[in-house]
Design a protein around this ligand. Structure first.
Ligand code: F6P
Length: 556
């Protein structure tokens, strides 16, 4: 692999804007949002930006005009615009894997040209999309028949990480638009329960497995695909059944063929589309089967619109840039360790889980692009649950705990399932929470309610908890696409500032290698010599004893 890069950039902590932000933070760290809003009655309108159907209110952040100026200056000093161009134009910005990062090409319209290694990749992308659309049409029309001539009624997606989280999130998010006559299931975990529960009520003759694996080498996915094969062949002991009940999405033609899936039933993707950035590629086949090609293309259009916005809008009106810089502000200047993502939309229930991979696999890095140990914090922990469930669970800690937890609230003006007053109640809660978090409740207010002195500290809310609110008209395929791309580019923005490779994931390798070594130690019929530490050795021995008891029918 070629050694990267020529001249390392100036260390982050030595950048003028960074130093200025440090000094500035000392001045503003105790300024309360109550004060900021009182000083500027138009703040709530002023600190907002809108693009691609998303309205971002970032006024309830602990920032002044100067904070914003300095953050934007930091982005410029770090060459954010140039780095973004390098990504969009297919330079090998994933330096540790020497790969281009072109998920944006997956949603480029026909007429765009994106040349990689001398080849325009846009036609390839559209050829695969067309193949997916035709396959989807056949399934929906009942033309694609199972081995016994029955139409497909169930689709089981087998994949993990980016080959599961994106598809399942998008399926759940867009379920309102889905073909209700089909049943969709997602199997990811190597825990046999996942497969068993997903298939227990399905008939093999009506079930299609979509095996999604960019590498077609992932232990969990291959084991689950093998289980699916055996499940099918138990009912129809004829290898020809595989061709009617399995399709694959992968870069690995040989691996797919080796598994026995007909190459004609393989949907291609490319090494320039990272796993966690691939829900808009053929990895989204299950999503397309659920919502149809037209809706899938609308989702791509929403993503593309956000790509263009990110690429060309001035930073001060650029949603992903603003969100990325605000994340830096709290992570690096207030030592915030986490970000809560709180969608007030039940259909987005898997969005926080999806974002966890996107954000943490991307920016959970401790060395810079040139291999030096960072001397600042990188990716924060992302977590969350849909509102209002979270309110009755962990919001207590956000309101009155000792940690600073910036929150992203996401809501929609129009419900997809109008029901009595539900939507007004839901949205009233969203607005109320951001208000309560920002402004809190003072001792004087608590006392004025007749609260005794001893109880007042418990009933006070300090407030000054920062939030972003992303508000859209309605959850549609386009809006979902824009929302996903918003976070993708916010993650990119943060990675550029931190000078890390947001597109590799070497941190997952060690655990995988150790698991490979441990598997035979668990399964061997001979007593293996264990060369781990004393903790791991003891755990393995205990497991082996239990396994032996289970095999011999001995009770414990
Ligand atoms: O182990 C992490 C990872 O490599 C992710 O980055 C990826 O999304 C996932 O595994 C699945 O990989 P694949 O699609 O190759 O099976």
């Amino acid at each position: 692999m070629n050694k990267q890069p020529a001249t390392p950039p100036r260390p982050l902590l030595q950048r003028p804007a960074w130093k200025a932000l440090q000094a500035h933070q000392q001045k503003v760290r105790d300024v309360h949002l109550r004060q900021l809003f009182a000083d500027d009655p138009l703040r709530g309108k002023r600190l907002a930006a809108e693009a691609c159907g998303l309205y971002l209110d970032y006024s309830k952040n602990r920032i002044t005009n100067e904070t914003l100026e300095l953050l934007l200056k930091l982005a410029k000093e770090c060459g954010l615009r140039e780095h973004a161009e390098a990504m969009f134009t297919g330079q090998k910005i994933n330096v540790t894997e020497q790969r281009a990062v072109l998920h944006t090409a997956l949603r480029a319209p026909h007429e765009e040209r994106i040349v990689l290694d001398g080849i325009d990749i846009v036609p390839q992308v559209h050829a695969v999309l067309d193949k997916m659309a035709e396959f989807t049409r056949q399934i929906h029309a009942g033309e694609w028949l199972g081995f016994t001539g029955m139409p497909i009624r169930n689709v089981v997606n087998i994949g993990i990480g980016g080959s599961d989280l994106g598809p399942v999130m998008a399926y759940e998010a867009l379920r309102h638009y889905s073909h209700r006559s089909l049943t969709f299931r997602f199997v990811s975990n190597i825990d046999g329960t996942d497969f068993a529960e997903a298939t227990r009520d399905l008939k093999p003759e009506e079930t299609l497995f979509v095996v999604c694996s960019k590498t077609f080498k992932t232990l969990e996915t291959l084991a689950n695909a093998q289980a699916a094969r055996e499940w099918l062949l138990r009912k129809f002991p004829d290898d020809r059944a595989i061709a009617r009940h399995f399709v694959a999405v992968s870069t690995n033609v040989a691996g797919v063929a080796g598994f026995g899936i007909d190459a004609r039933h393989m949907f291609e993707l490319w090494d320039w589309a990272g796993g966690r950035y691939s829900m808009d590629s053929a990895i989204g086949l299950t999503t397309m089967l659920a919502i149809g090609a037209e809706n899938f293309r609308a989702m791509l259009a929403g993503m593309h619109a956000m790509d263009q916005h990110f690429r060309s809008a001035p930073f001060e009106r650029n949603l992903p840039v603003l969100m990325g810089l605000l994340a830096i502000w709290y992570n690096n200047f207030f030592d915030a360790q986490t970000v809560a993502v709180l969608p007030y939309e039940q259909y987005l229930k898997r969005f926080p889980a999806y974002l966890q991979q996107l954000t943490m696999e991307s920016n959970g890095k401790c060395v810079t692009l040139d291999g030096a140990r960072v001397d600042y914090q990188t990716g924060p922990i992302y977590w969350g649950e849909p509102g209002t469930n979270g309110q009755h669970s962990f919001y207590q800690l956000i309101h009155q705990g000792t940690r600073l937890i910036p929150c992203d609230f996401i809501g929609f003006c129009q419900p997809l399932n109008p029901l009595a007053r539900h939507h007004d109640l839901l949205m009233a809660n969203l607005f109320a929470q951001t208000e309560a978090l920002a402004f809190g409740k003072t001792r004087a207010q608590v006392k004025a309610e007749g609260t005794p002195d001893w109880l007042a500290p418990h009933r006070m809310f300090e407030g000054n908890h920062p939030t972003n609110t992303v508000l859209a008209e309605r959850l549609t395929p386009e809006t979902l696409g824009s929302l996903v791309a918003l976070y993708e580019h916010s993650v990119f923005t943060q990675g550029v500032i931190w000078q890390i490779d947001s597109f590799d994931q070497w941190g997952v390798e060690l655990g995988k290698a150790l698991a490979e070594r441990t598997i035979p130690e668990l399964e061997s019929s001979q007593e293996p010599a264990l060369g781990h530490d004393s903790s791991t050795n003891t755990l393995i021995q205990r497991y082996r004893q239990s396994r032996r008891r289970q095999q011999t029918g001995e009770s414990s």
